[in-house]
Design a protein around this ligand. Structure first.
Ligand code: ZN
Ligand code: ZN
Length: 148
């Protein structure tokens, strides 16, 4: 499919292009949604936003693209304490891992970065002989507004 698009590609696109992954308009739209998301989105929310950019996108295209991004380590998949049933949430992977705090009453999600989490991973690698590919810490509790 020829591209007339001259926009500057985002980080995901550049990364995938370097690895020879074919870029389609549909994929480009889905990457765009994930890259510019300001909150954690589930697959249904990604689908709705992507369809505004390209109405031909369907659910399986979204899942295939999420699978591709996961395989390349570009996104993390979270369940956020299953506050919302079985939904999984996706976010672009940042340079540093962050901890997710989920309020079990109001559903607020807070992201928290700590050096201690980095130390814990180092300790695991050293003492268990692991090379960590994914580390995830989710905490459920009551936020400052909801705690009694
Ligand atoms: Zn709360
Ligand atoms: Zn997050």
């Amino acid at each position: 499919m020829p591209f007339a698009n001259t926009e500057i590609p985002g980080k995901f696109q550049a990364f995938l292009a370097q690895r020879g992954i074919r870029m389609t308009e549909q994929r480009r739209a889905i990457l765009n949604v994930i890259e510019t998301a300001k909150k954690h989105l589930d697959a249904g929310q990604i689908l709705r936003r992507a369809r505004k950019l390209d109405p031909s996108i369907d659910r399986s295209t979204v899942y295939r693209t999420l699978g591709l991004l996961k395989r390349h380590g570009l996104i993390d998949e979270l369940d956020l304490m299953h506050l919302d049933g079985e939904a999984h949430y996706y976010e672009r992977k940042l340079n540093r891992d962050h901890i997710h705090l989920a309020c079990l009453r109001c559903g607020r999600i807070t992201e928290f970065v700590s050096d201690l989490f980095e130390s814990l991973k180092e300790q695991v690698e050293k003492e268990c002989g692991y090379r960590i590919a994914v580390a995830r810490l989710e905490i459920g509790g009551y936020c400052s507004k909801c705690r009694t």
